[in-house]
Each structure stands twice: as C-alpha cells, then as structure tokens.
Write a protein that binds this ligand. Structure first.
Ligand code: FES
Length: 154
C-alpha cells in the first residue's frame, strides 16, 4: 500500500515567496542604515547652532573672590548673558559660553572640565577646547578682565 501523498507546490512556486520575504528584509535593513546615516550626519560632529553667550562689553560677571582658582564658576550678567569663568591663578581669568557646541545643551562643571549631559562631550574649562566629542568646536570665548575685585567683560 502506498503512503498518502501530500501535494507539493511546483518548484517554481516557492522562490517568489522567499524572494518577497528577502526583499522586505533587505529593504528594512536598508531603511535602518539610511536612518543611522541620517542620525549620524545630524549628531555626529556638532556644527549646530551654539547660542551666543550674550555677554556685552563692560558687563559685570562676578566678584573675584567668588571664583575659586581651578574651579569653573557659572556667572550671569544683569543683561541675561551667561558664561563659565575660570581662574588659572591669581591674575588669569578666562570665560566661555555655557552651551555645548554639539547641539546646545547646558554644560555642567566637573572638576577642571565642563561636561555635557546630553551626549557626553567634555571641554577644558581653562581653554574651552574639546577634550571629548562628539562636539568638534571649542566653546565660544567671552573676553574678560580683572578690574579691581571684579571680573568684567571686555
Ligand atoms: S549637545 Fe551633544 S554632546 Fe553636548
């Protein structure tokens, strides 16, 4: 007695279904790659709009005694400008914008560095240079000077 036979599709019927599935998989993978490429282009190296610190010439930023040597110190002017001040020694003070040059997030002081909580960029608080990306551009400099016991914008 013969075993019951299961009808099988003709050999040419199976490949189209497999090809369609393969095509969908390849298409989904390509779309993912394109999405990653687009994301990488957008968040890869910065170049986004970094807000101007908004500190005008002659504006008072802080009392010298309120900016400890070796510690980045946030300062806001009466006009709403913002900067991180950094005293390397008794007579040297530098200042930089407070927004990350990658995509503009507010930086936070950490030791002698300024760190971005958004994607992890790190800047040298004394020079404004990038220590770790993804940011590529240094922080905008705010020109300052010591005038008596105050730090003022030049
Ligand atoms: S905004 Fe992306 S690292 Fe700062």
């Amino acid at each position: 007695m013969d075993a019951p036979r299961t009808p099988t599709p003709p050999p040419s019927a199976a490949p189209p279904a497999a090809s369609r599935r393969t095509l969908l998989t390849v298409t989904a993978a390509s779309a993912g790659a394109l999405a990653l490429t687009a994301c990488g282009a957008e968040s890869g190296g910065g170049g986004g709009e970094t807000p101007d610190p908004g500190v005008a010439t002659g504006e008072d930023l802080a009392a010298l005694e309120d900016v400890p040597i070796g510690e980045p110190t946030f300062a806001r002017t009466g006009g709403g400008g913002e900067a991180f001040l950094f005293r390397s020694d008794e007579t040297t003070v530098t200042a930089f914008g407070t927004a990350c040059t990658h995509q503009g997030c507010a930086l936070q002081p950490a030791g002698v560095e300024l760190r971005c909580p958004c994607h992890g960029s790190v800047f040298d608080a004394a020079t404004g240079e990038v220590v770790t990306g993804p940011a590529l551009e240094p922080l905008p400099t705010v020109r300052v000077k010591i005038e008596g016991d105050r730090i003022v914008a030049e």
